[in-house]
Design a protein around this ligand. Structure first.
Ligand SMILES: Nc1ncnc2c1ncn2[C@@H]1O[C@H](COP(=O)(O)OP(=O)(O)OP(=O)(O)O)[C@@H](O)[C@H]1O
Length: 191
């Protein structure tokens, strides 16, 4: 039986497993069914065969830089993950406004791809995530978290009683949306 209390639809998986592609597929199917979606996803930025960094892109199409290879950045880099410098202010400018509840009356899905190490250099984002996953939150969320143990808040999300986690792999990524949508159906009320 479907869990009536399910609020958080969580994707995890190895880097490059297909989480963002799956997220976009689910958003597109829900939009066709008239379900309102908002939030953001992160996208790789490649030049030739090199990954130069990541952009944050809202569902409305606003885009900003999340991270770039340090060699491409001017000035000193305060936050880094591997060879990438994280652009916290640029990320916040794009990501934070789209995480506000736009319409409390209508059921909607909030998309956060992803809740990870780079994004957590932003204290404001972290605070908003804490709110969204709090007991009193009414948000229904599709979010991505890292596969491996990390920040305590991410571990809380992984163990949240209102959450269900799907591990995306190259083997299941083509069909797993069917299972997720089946669970979303009773929560978001579509056919
Ligand atoms: N169902 C699919 N069929 C074919 N190719 C796919 C599929 N899903 C993802 N890909 C390809 O795999 C690559 C990685 O996909 P994607 O960016 O969605 O993964 P990710 O898990 O979000 O990665 P990251 O961990 O870096 O955010 C992309 O080149 C994408 O086009």
């Amino acid at each position: 039986m479907a869990n009536k209390k399910l609020k958080y639809f969580i994707l995890t998986g190895e880097p490059g497993a297909g989480k963002t592609t799956l997220t976009k597929k689910i958003i597109s199917i829900l939009s066709d069914k008239g379900i309102k979606t908002f939030g953001f996803y992160t996208e790789e930025v490649r030049r030739d065969r090199t990954r130069e960094g990541f952009d944050v892109v809202t569902l409305e199409g606003k885009r900003g830089r999340l991270a770039r290879e340090e060699r491409l950045l001017e000035g000193s880099v305060k936050f880094r993950v591997g060879k990438y410098g994280v652009l916290v202010q640029e990320f916040e400018k794009v990501a934070l406004p789209c995480l506000q509840e736009v319409d409390k009356e209508q059921l909607h899905l909030l998309v956060i791809d992803e809740i990870g190490k780079m994004e957590f250099f932003s204290n404001s984002f972290k605070a908003r995530v804490r709110e969204i996953f709090s007991e009193s939150s009414n948000n229904i969320v599709l979010a991505t978290i890292p596969l491996r143990k990390s920040d305590a808040l991410i571990e809380n999300i992984r163990n949240n009683k209102y959450a269900k986690i799907w591990t995306v792999t190259k083997e299941n990524r083509t069909n797993i949306h069917e299972e997720i949508l089946k669970e979303m159906k009773s929560v978001l009320g579509f056919n």
